[in-house]
Design a protein. Structure first.
Length: 320
């Protein structure tokens, strides 16, 4: 095969019930010059390897790589980036799937506009319900950290955004998207939008990380530290620290809202998880004492109140 136009990285870990659907949607892409890099992140499920090897045997565009030890989703993506050969790179979670023309449309859009990233709308599947999720259009702004969403799987990137700026995903931590997108955005001039739902995102499945709130809240402070350190290295911390606080607050509020609606946890369990991990994350806010931790409802309401006031400050600063 000639050099591929697009490399797609597919991390695999305990997804034997889903990965075939994902790979089928990729090998059927209308963009034929595609490289599919499947990274088995030391999955304990032997069926994962059997399925992936079978697909690699029947389609030469599939590269199969297996980790000797688990590095997490971020580590698997990093391996994919380092093995990719195309100018553009995308990421697909192995329990999701894509429309057959997704990468053709994203590739056409990014080439035509000469953008750094192209992105599309997506279908969100939660049980029997499915909804189209639209995205706000990107615009270059002073508030770099919040210029676009932090999702990676509905996008196509110039690979040099990663390799040319030495930006990779953190390993062995959740929230790898949140840790990485704000850093990339300091090197992004434009993002083009494809206004069609081309990606199918499965919100929850048995054993999925999205249900592991204890780990998510523990990793918030790690991720915020990664972003903060990068801003200090670029010497933009003083200039952008208010926007950083907005990014922190948005992330905390997003996960608290999801957590408050999750009936798999009792109120007592929710309070325990917040008390165990939330205090450290709040140190990244200028006034952490404003956030109440007596109950999940109090936490959510105090975060909302804090956000309203911060939104005014950031709007004024961004408008200068």
């Amino acid at each position: 095969m000639n050099k591929p136009k697009v490399s797609v990285v597919v991390p695999v870990y305990n997804v034997s019930d889903y990965v075939a659907r994902c790979l089928d949607s990729l090998i059927d892409q209308t963009l034929n010059k595609i490289e599919i890099i499947v990274v088995n992140d030391a999955s304990p499920d032997p069926e994962d390897e059997k399925i992936c090897l079978a697909y690699a045997e029947k389609d030469s565009r599939i590269k199969y790589i297996k980790h000797d030890q688990n590095l997490g989703l971020g580590g698997a993506r990093n391996t994919g980036i380092k093995h990719a050969t195309a100018k553009y790179i995308g990421f697909v979670d192995s329990d999701d799937w894509v429309e057959t023309d997704m990468f053709e449309k994203l590739h056409q859009a990014i080439k035509k506009s000469k953008a750094d990233i192209s992105q599309c709308y997506f279908m969100e599947h939660k049980g029997a319900k499915s909804n189209v999720r639209k995205l706000k259009k990107f615009r270059k702004q002073k508030d770099v950290l919040n210029a676009t969403n932090v999702l990676f799987w509905n996008k196509l990137f110039r690979r040099k955004l990663f390799t040319g700026n030495d930006i990779y995903f953190p390993e062995q931590h959740s929230l790898e998207d949140l840790a990485t997108m704000p850093r990339l955005l300091y090197h992004v001039d434009s993002i083009v939008q494809v206004k069609k739902p081309l990606y199918h995102y499965v919100v929850t499945r048995s054993g999925a990380l999205t249900a592991n709130y204890d780990r998510i809240f523990a990793d918030h402070s790690v991720v915020f530290s990664i972003i903060q350190e990068y801003m200090r290295e670029r010497q933009v911390w003083k200039r952008d620290k208010l926007f950083f606080e907005k990014r922190v607050l948005k992330s905390l509020l997003h996960d608290v809202r999801r957590f408050s609606k999750d009936d798999l946890f009792s109120e007592r369990e929710k309070r325990e998880i917040l008390s165990n991990h939330f205090t450290k994350s709040l140190t990244f806010l200028s006034k952490p004492e404003k956030i109440k931790l007596d109950s999940i409802e109090d936490t959510e309401l105090s975060l909302i109140s804090y956000k309203r006031k911060l939104d005014v400050k950031t709007l004024l600063k961004a408008g200068r």
